[in-house]
Design a protein around this ligand. Sequence first.
Ligand code: C5P
Length: 221
Amino acid sequence: AGARPLAGQHVLVSAGPTREALDPVRYLTNHSSGRMGYALAAAAAHAGAHVCLVSGPTTLAVPAGVRRVDVQSAADMHAAVMAEIEAADVFIGAAAVADYRPADIATDKIKKSDGDAEIRLVRTRDIIADVARDYPRVFTLGFAAETTDMEAAARDKRARKGLTMIAGNVVGPNDAFGRDDNALFVVDAAGAQYYERDTKAALAERLIAQIAERLADKTGQ
Ligand code: C5P
């Protein structure tokens, strides 16, 4: 424990949105700003960890002491996380990864016609679920951004993906995405607790402190 409770630990964080290309000039994405993931990366570095941040496109600066790997698509993010996971003790999935991508990426710009168009979408792979399944020694923290039934959805998502810990939050036009504050419902094997509305930096510090405590419990420090 102490001032640098994650000294010697390797923390891998995913953050930001992904971009799923339709053609060379168009893509599908979402409103994730990347702020929660960047705040977590900064807090983990501040706690003494070696931090790698796999980030989709954002306007944010790389936090001090953090190594960033830039990606675009969900497939890129999956590959970048898997390339870094062997060294990791903790994986924090804060990215808003696209659940679907266009089935085909057109080589040339899609031309308009007079009629309507349809896009066929196929599923992407779940990065954090794959980490939890294939690297059970890694401490996994996932997020559950929900518009309704947030608490039940967070508990269900933690169980279904096999995560160590999950942080649920309510999203909507006036919540979470792009804002600097948030409120969390944090669930792990020991139970559930609320983190009152606060800045993402303060919430990130609390989450990182909680993870450090859990790792210390496990190693008997
Ligand atoms: O299932 P849902 O997308 O709501 O789950 C959110 C959590 O799962 C987040 O931690 C997110 O980073 C992670 N996730 C992932 N890969 C995906 C989809 C979600 O790592 N393809």
